[in-house]
Design a protein around this ligand. Structure first.
Ligand code: ADP
Ligand code: MG
Length: 593
């Protein structure tokens, strides 16, 4: 039954996709035909060539900024690398156009990856500064390395392949390239890499903990973006037969960035719209050029107004208008039960923590804590506010490096592994302050969890989708699979976060105050959910203040106070321990028999 229903939904989506692709192909063919057939002055041809090659480079920003959320103020430098490779390679070294394009693109990819590598230590403003510096270095080299680059004079008489010698044919070719690359960028969004990039953009910390190699994802995004910049630049050089340093300056990088923001950073269509507009608006305003300054003022005001009233860009705005007419798609049910392979019983140790410490300067947030977690069942970590519970979890999941101590998971020493490698080793967690990827749907959030490296679903898209749906079904949210999680209630967001961790099929699930911020009915649902999980035998380490919940679900309790372990053992014994009562509970708890 489950299979027929799953097929029914995919069958529902595929024809729409196919029609979309068909319409897209027809549109591209029409544009190519128009480029060849319609008689044009050199002026129209030049504007079109510029728009097409620029748009190719702007597509790169759709990836690095739109998908991955990383600022790149050096796109003109990558554009320039491609352009100069095609220029110098052909005129000086007599290389073939395509070989030059490949060289330029590879150089751009290499430097792009290098720039991406700087994200290991830098983010935000610092990253912006590094990209600007790279841009300035490239400009300086182009101007001053005269023997190779010809300096400020630029490179002239750049040829293009024989069969593309005619300007119109070349334009048609560039349109086809843009369309093909645009299609790839569009498809990238819903691949494993695309989801990883969006996860990094929305919440980097959660991305690492969900098993994504954040660093590698960023480097890839930068490299892909640079490749598109390089291709655009190479085509630009072939189109205009002349390149000079001023065409690839910092100002041009800002123009590229404005283009993508104006059109809509989230989609390749936005990149094309933004590029087209920003090239056309100055042309439309040409009649104002007799009054100095006025043209620039109107141009600037137009851009500011568009960005102000359409924060998601023009395409983002159009999309939101179109979405209002979209018919609601009936949610599908997978029907399949969520497989949990981490379950089990008994004496076996899942996690062994020895002498774990985490010091912040003089503050011993966690101080020589031992923790042994047995397979199956629920182990609670309790203690007053500030006693080091969250810090312990952060060290266990690799967000903080331990000051001292060792952590073993399933017999494997994970003390020095980065978060994503711990997830691969079988660790799952949720956060005290929910960390979902807010602009992604519930299903997409859970899919990222399910596709952690080494997971059972491997590269099978159907298995991935089935597992993600099953995880959502497990937390009773399958009906809302395709909604963006930012619109969810707190309780439902918490449930998605748990589903995301479960989808990765962990051997140990760490839950940091899952009940925090929930209202009473949501707490009841959470309690039932925890019971359903533990009934499947999955091992859980839970932090919670709700003593009723803890005493109901936990068989084993560890108590922290001022970063030190003050009690550890079976729940009933620990809750009666005088130190625990004094430090934490104040009065004897109401433990149900
Ligand atoms: P709990 O989760 O038990 O309420 P935490 O683990 O969040 O407690 O905090 C334990 C102690 O460590 C607190 O005193 C807190 O202020 C401190 N602490 C936590 N994280 C940091 C940090 N990143 N830098 C400095 N001090 C921190
Ligand atoms: Mg905490």
């Amino acid at each position: 039954m489950s299979t027929t229903e799953t097929t029914a939904t995919t069958g529902d989506i595929r024809p729409r996709l196919r029609w979309g692709v068909l319409a897209f192909v027809l549109l591209v063919l029409a544009a190519m035909a128009l480029a060849i057939v319609v008689p044009k002055t050199g002026y129209v041809l030049n504007i079109s060539l510029q728009a097409t090659t620029y748009a190719t480079a702007v597509l790169g920003l759709t990836i690095v900024l739109g998908l991955c959320g990383q600022i790149n103020l050096a796109q003109a430098a990558f554009f320039g690398l491609g352009a100069y490779a095609v220029g110098i390679g052909q005129t000086e070294y007599g290389l073939n156009f395509w070989v030059c394009l490949l060289i330029g693109t590879s150089m751009a990819a290499g430097f792009g990856a290098l720039l991406g590598a700087s994200t290991l230590r830098l983010g935000g403003h610092y990253l912006a500064m590094v990209t600007i510096s790279f841009q300035q270095i490239v400009t300086l080299v182009l101007i001053n390395w005269i023997p190779v680059t010809k300096g400020p004079d630029g490179v002239r008489a750049i040829p293009r392949p024989g069969f593309l010698a005619d300007g119109s044919t070349y334009l048609a070719f560039c349109i086809a390239m843009l369309a093909g690359l645009g299609y790839l960028v569009w498809r990238l969004r819903d691949t494993k890499l695309g989801r990883a990039m969006r996860a990094v953009r929305d919440n980097e910390l959660a991305a690492g903990v969900a098993g994504i190699d954040v660093y590698r994802t960023k480097v890839t995004a930068f490299a892909l973006s640079a490749i598109l910049g390089g291709i655009g630049g190479g085509l630009f050089a072939g189109g205009f037969a002349y390149v000079s340093p001023d065409q690839f300056s910092f100002a041009e990088s800002v123009v590229f960035l404005t283009m993508v923001l104006l059109g809509g950073v989230a989609s390749p269509i936005g990149a094309v719209i933004g590029t087209g507009l920003l090239i056309l608006i100055p042309e439309w305003l040409r009649f104002l050029k007799s009054i100095p300054g006025l043209y620039l003022a109107i141009y600037g005001a137009a851009v500011i107004l568009i960005v102000l009233f359409m924060p998601d860009g023009i395409w983002g705005y159009l999309r939101s208008q179109l979405d209002r007419f979209k018919r609601a798609v009936l949610p599908s049910r997978s029907g399949a039960a969520l497989q949990m392979s981490g379950g089990g019983e008994g004496a076996e140790t899942v996690m062994e923590v020895r002498g774990l410490s985490k010091h912040f300067g003089g503050l011993k947030a966690v101080d020589e804590v031992d923790l042994t977690i047995k397979r199956g069942g629920v182990h609670a970590l309790i203690g007053p506010n500030g006693s080091g519970k969250t810090t312990t979890l952060n060290v266990l999941s690799g967000l903080y490096r331990a000051t001292a101590g060792t952590v073993e998971l399933n017999g494997q020493d994970i003390t020095d592994l980065p978060p994503h490698a711990r997830t691969k080793a079988g660790l799952g967690r949720t956060f005290q302050n929910i960390r979902l990827w807010r602009s992604m749907t519930a299903l997409e959030n859970v899919m990222v969890g399910a596709e952690r490296p080494g997971s059972a679903v491997g590269n099978d898209p159907a298995a991935l989708l089935a597992r993600a749906r099953a995880a959502l079904a497990f937390v009773d949210l399958e009906e809302r699979a395709d909604e963006v999680v930012a619109n969810f209630s707190y309780g439902h967001q918490r449930a998605v976060e748990i589903a995301r961790a479960l989808a990765a099929d962990p051997v140990l699930l760490l839950l940091d105050e899952p009940g925090a911020g929930l209202n009473s009915s949501e707490k009841v649902e959470l309690r039932n959910l925890l019971k359903r999980i533990s009934a499947r035998g999955l091992t859980i380490l839970i932090i919670d203040h709700d003593m009723t919940l803890v005493s109901e679900v936990a068989q084993h309790i560890t108590v922290l106070n001022f970063g030190r372990r003050i009690a550890d053992g079976y729940s009933a014994d620990v809750l009666k321990h005088p130190d625990v009562i004094a430090a934490y509970l104040g009065t004897a708890p109401d433990v149900p028999a």
